[in-house]
Structure formats: structure tokens, C-alpha cells
Design a protein around this ligand. Structure first.
Ligand code: 8Y4
Length: 284
């Protein structure tokens, strides 16, 4: 595990797992759609994420849930930039933007974003170059297919090897574009073209995805996998989500992308005190 991540000018310590708080700026998110469309409410929630112990705020202006419609760069910028500009002078937390589009990567980094969280792993034309020039850290996520159709019939011969090979190829592409390893985070993309069994296998074997010792991010919060295991709708998945985040952290995740920051941070504090299995007995 890498001890830290270079996010533009900022350095994010990853000596123990940290929480990334989700802030959806879309009208149609599955679990909190439209709740933060009002700019004042969004700013308030962002600062609350930090107060709850979140190390990263993940601002989402594009819809990536299964079946979601595409959003233009102009619309993404309209959703994300005003908040980024108000938030930047008010916090030192790492500010992450969910996007795949080079125009959004450029404008977001100019407005003070530190991390580009791309569910397409910088595969869009121009995205690698924009990310390289931005100086931001990048999260490279695995997805089979595309959001509209990815949950129709996910199929793998060996899900762990295939996800690992994909991430490894994207790391090679990043290095070739001039993005140093210290700026890269990897993510198996739970729920993105995966059945419940695929997700469980990835969660069990998370550590095998640790290509080149790069840090890992896991996003399990409130996802349908938690719904399938608990029988609960999206609004009642707190306990299942905290359990899943803790298991991911024990299995090597460095960053947990979550909706419920306060609860997850408490769980991670307990884990930190006990230590992770692969790191001897001391605090991890
Ligand atoms: C309920 C709540 C049901 C949430 C579905 C969802 C990830 C991500 C998303 C992830 C990274 C989501 C933007 C999907 N998931 N980025 N983004 N990793 N890096 N669905 O796992 O939260 S959005």
C-alpha cells in the first residue's frame, strides 16, 4: 500500500483508510436524487462531510447509475463549478469531481479540484491528456460495458484477473501520458457490470487488485449489492454499507466512497485501533 496520494498541491495521507463523502449534484441519483440541487444546501452538506471526518468530498454532476441518461459537459459544469468555487476557499479537504470529460477535467482543476474520479478510467478521447496536465490525482475505475446496459448480463471467466488486467492496462496508459504513480488510485467498480457474486468475489480478493502497490478505492455504499444482501431499499442500507466498507478496508481498501460519512469514519477508527491483518499487530 502506498502511504500517500499526490492530489495537485495537496498530499493525502493514507496511513490508515479514509472516507470519501459522496455529494450528488444530479437530479436523479438513486439514493439522494435532487437533494443537493440547491447550492446552499450542497455547500452545507460538503462542509458537514468534512466535519464528520471525511478526507475527500466527491462532487458528482454526471449520472452513472444503471440506465441513467448522458449529461453534456456544459450541464456537468453548471452543476459542479459553482460549488467548487465556493467550497475551495472554505476547506482544505481533497475535492474530487466525478467526470469522464476532458472539458470538465480542465475547468474543474482550474477551479481547485484535486482529484478526478472517472468511472471510465480516462478512456474518453483527450481525457488522459487533460488529467495529466491538471496535476490532479486520478481514480481509475473498472466497468464492464457502459452504464445504460452494464447490468444486463455481466460475464467474466475470472473476474479478479480481468479487473486486475484492465486496471494494469490503464496504469500503463497513465504512465505513458505522464501521470506518476503517486497520483493514481485504483477501483474495482463495485456494481458496474457485475453480478452480486462478482462483487462478493472482488470484495473477498480485493488485495489482488493492488497493481504496483497503488492505493485502492472501494465504493459499496447503499449499492444494490447491499440491498440484495439485506433485503433493504436504498434509504435503509446504512448498517450493511458500514459493514461492507469495513470489510473492504480490512481487505486493503485505502479510500471508502460513502454516503454515510460519520458512521463510516467511526467504523474506520475502530479498525485503525485494532490494526489490519497484514500489517502486524500495531495500529494501521
Ligand atoms: C444506491 C446508491 C445505488 C448508489 C447505487 C448507487 C462509484 C463511483 C459511483 C464507485 C468510484 C453509485 C461515481 C454509483 N460509484 N466512483 N461513482 N467508485 N470511484 N450507485 O464505486 O453510487 S456512482
Amino acid at each position: 500500500m502506498s502511504a500517500r496520494l499526490r492530489c495537485g498541491e495537496r498530499m493525502l495521507a493514507l496511513d490508515s483508510p479514509v472516507a470519501m463523502g459522496v455529494l450528488n449534484l444530479t437530479p436523479d441519483s438513486f439514493s439522494d436524487g435532487g437533494r443537493y440541487l440547491d447550492p446552499d444546501r450542497a455547500l452545507e452538506r460538503a462542509l458537514e462531510i468534512v466535519a464528520e471526518g471525511g478526507a475527500i468530498i466527491d462532487l458528482g454532476g454526471e449520472s452513472t447509475r444503471p440506465g441513467a441518461a448522458a449529461v453534456s459537459a456544459a450541464e456537468e459544469l453548471r452543476r459542479v463549478l459553482p460549488l467548487l468555487e465556493r467550497l475551495r476557499p472554505r476547506t482544505n479537504a481533497v475535492l474530487s469531481v466525478d467526470t469522464s470529460k476532458p472539458e470538465v477535467i480542465r475547468a474543474a482543476s482550474a477551479a481547485g479540484a484535486d482529484l478526478i474520479n472517472d468511472v471510465y478510467a480516462l478512456r474518453a478521447p483527450g481525457a488522459l491528456e487533460a488529467a495529466a496536465e491538471s496535476g490532479c490525482a486520478v481514480c481509475l475505475m473498472h466497468m464492464q460495458g457502459e452504464p445504460r446496459t452494464m447490468q444486463r448480463a455481466p460475464h467474466y471467466e475470472d473476474v479478479v484477473s480481468e479487473v486486475r488486467a484492465f486496471l494494469s492496462e490503464r496504469v500503463t496508459a497513465c504512465r505513458a501520458a505522464g501521470i506518476a504513480d503517486e497520483r493514481i488510485v485504483l477501483d474495482p467498480g463495485f456494481g458496474f457490470g457485475k453480478t452480486l457474486e462478482h462483487n462478493l468475489t472482488l470484495l473477498r480478493q480485493l488485495r489482488k487488485l493492488c497493481v504496483a502497490g497503488l492505493p485502492l478505492l472501494a465504493g459499496l455504499s447503499r449499492k444494490s449489492m447491499i440491498g440484495a444482501l439485506t433485503g433493504k431499499p436504498a434509504g435503509e442500507r446504512l448498517h450493511g454499507s458500514v459493514a461492507a466498507a469495513l470489510i473492504a478496508a480490512q481487505n486493503g481498501a485505502d479510500i471508502l466512497r460513502v454516503h454515510d460519512v460519520a458512521a463510516t469514519v467511526d467504523a474506520l477508527r475502530v479498525l485503525h485501533a485494532v490494526g489490519r491483518p497484514d500489517r502486524g499487530g500495531g495500529p494501521a
